[in-house]
Design a protein around this ligand. Structure first.
Ligand code: ADP
Length: 501
């Protein structure tokens, strides 16, 4: 229901009930007034006529009935509302009743003859009574003779029915006026509400236009009331929003420009990184190969001192090679050159190869290795080369951050403990662990957390792992406790097509 309809409905209901209430009150007051007039008129009439009636009764009722009858008839015709005149003795006995002139049966007068009502006869008493003939004003007026003797009381029954017509007319007038007032009030309230709600409707329509994104609007409300103030405030808001939008657009353009520039610089950096590492990796691989060759004594025997020196050179060249490879991988992953090429393979076989390659590091640090891979693990489908890199990075870290004598475990789950259609692989170590505050950053580029400056690294290993798994749309999670160890778990999709990798 619209605001206008609601206001109209409420106003009209209020006016209607108010007018009906007012009409009822008026009617009640008017009826009361009419009753009071009847009472007053009847009493005046009784005061003036009670004497002549009683004297005529005494003088003519028995001897000259016609004369008495004439008097009563003329009195009844004098007062049109007067329906009945009756005369009672002080003992309560009905002596005369004007109904006998009309040939009507004498009315039983409310049990006036009863003992209890004899008291009514003795003084002026009035009441409104309901008889079979209608509603009456019942007035008993005692006649006290000039020498103070009270022998008779006269009863006047003044019909209220004769006023029923007046009251009916009154009712009709009052209710017609009420109806007219309701109609007029409804009409005027309709126009007032229309005048009031018109600016509101305009405000609503304009606000809707703004909500649709069009700010080129004007709140056209001229009034100086609250609605006018609201319109002015809204107009001010729109102007401010427009100004802010323009400034935001300018800032957005500047930011877009800056972003483009940053992107260009980042691409240059990545390009540079890729070129430089590529240039470095070839001679480094050659140096690494020769050192390994000499270290193994393939180019002649080495003295223990030479072997020790070469051992140091070997370790450092290995580290440098690893870091350069990481940089190269990072540069190629960042530039988006590396595409994932999916193929099915057995995870157990891949892990075995990686462990064989890293066996020297395990041996060097006296770290034991355990494998918990059930034979029932199905083949997975992923980029074999990249997943090899993931294992290499995770295991290199595990070896690096686990003190001598520690243990590394690789476990695989399929149905129990892995999401549906996935194989879950976990690499756990008993190393130094990662503090909770560092855990959320370890997958960031170049994040190296090493407060005691004990471990060398450039912070790219886990970032590469994350990028590779992201490219596979797979998740990696970490659980770690300080000085107890870390466990990295990731998932790979099961190969549905067959069981050979
Ligand atoms: P880097 O090892 O070169 O610092 P990574 O990206 O491989 O870079 O690792 C980021 C950080 O995560 C490390 O600096 C180290 O603090 C923490 N970290 C990674 N693997 C382990 C692990 N197995 N045990 C403890 N800390 C680890």
């Amino acid at each position: 229901m619209s605001f206008r309809a609601k206001v109209l409905l409420h106003t009209n209901i209020t006016i209607f009930f108010f007018m009906i209430g007012l009409a009822s009150l008026l009617l009640h007051l008017r009826t009361r007034e009419v009753e009071e007039t009847i009472e007053r008129d009847a009493k005046t009439f009784a005061t003036l006529t009670v004497g002549p009636i009683c004297e005529a009764y005494d003088n003519y009722y028995k001897s000259g009935y016609v004369k008495f009858r004439e008097l009563i008839i003329s009195l009844l015709s004098l007062n049109k509302k007067l329906d009945n005149i009756s005369i009672y003795s002080v003992e309560g006995k009905e002596l005369f009743n004007s109904d006998e002139l009309k040939g009507r049966k004498t009315t039983t007068l409310n049990g006036v003859q009863k003992e209890s009502n004899i008291e009514r006869i003795k003084k002026i008493s009035s009441t409104f009574t309901q008889t079979a003939d209608g509603k009456y004003y019942d007035l008993i007026f005692p006649y006290i003779e000039p020498w103070g003797w009270h022998r008779y009381s006269v009863r006047f029954l003044v019909s209220k029915e004769c006023l029923a017509h007046d009251i009916l007319v009154l009712r009709l007038v009052v209710f017609s006026l009420t109806f007219l007032a309701v109609v007029l009030a409804s009409l005027s309230s309709h126009f007032i509400v229309r005048a009031m709600t018109f600016p509101l409707e305009h405000l609503t329509a304009t606000a809707k236009t703004i909500a649709e994104g069009n700010l080129d609007v004007t709140f056209d409300v001229k009034s100086h009331d609250e609605i006018g103030t609201l319109a002015k405030t809204l107009q001010g808001m729109v102007t401010r929003i427009k100004r802010d939008m323009i400034s935001l657009k300018k800032q957005k353009d500047i930011l877009t420009q800056k972003n483009k520039e940053l992107e260009r610089l980042s691409n240059l950096k990545t390009q540079f990184l890729a070129n430089i590492t590529h240039e470095l990796v070839t001679p480094l691989t050659s140096v690494k190969g020769y050192i390994e060759y000499i270290y193994q004594g393939k180019m002649g025997p080495l003295s223990p001192t030479q072997k020790k020196g070469l051992e140091v050179a070997r370790k450092n060249i290995n580290r440098l090679h690893r870091q350069i490879t990481d940089l190269l991988d990072f540069a190629s992953l960042e530039s988006g050159k590396v595409k994932i090429s999916l193929s099915p393979f057995h995870i157990k076989k891949l892990i075995k190869d990686v462990i064989t390659n890293l066996s020297t590091s395990f041996r060097d640090k006296n770290i034991s290795y355990e494998e918990k891979i059930p034979d029932s693990i199905p083949p997975v489908i992923a980029d074999k080369e990249k997943i090899t890199q993931v294992f290499e990075n995770l295991l290199t870290n595990a070896v690096k951050y686990t003190p001598s004598g520690g243990k590394i475990t690789i476990s695989c789950y399929n149905l129990d403990g892995a999401p549906k259609g996935k194989v879950k692989i976990c690499v756990a170590d008993t190393g130094i662990g990662i503090p909770e505050e560092a855990q959320k950053n370890i997958f960031d580029d170049f994040y190296h957390f090493d407060p005691r400056h004990k471990y060398k690294g450039i912070g790219l290993g886990l970032s590469i792992v994350k990028s590779i798994l992201d490219a596979h749309k797979e998740e990696i999670e970490i659980k770690s406790e300080r000085n107890k160890g870390s466990i990295f778990c990731f998932t790979l999709p099961v190969y549905i097509g067959g069981s050979k990798g």
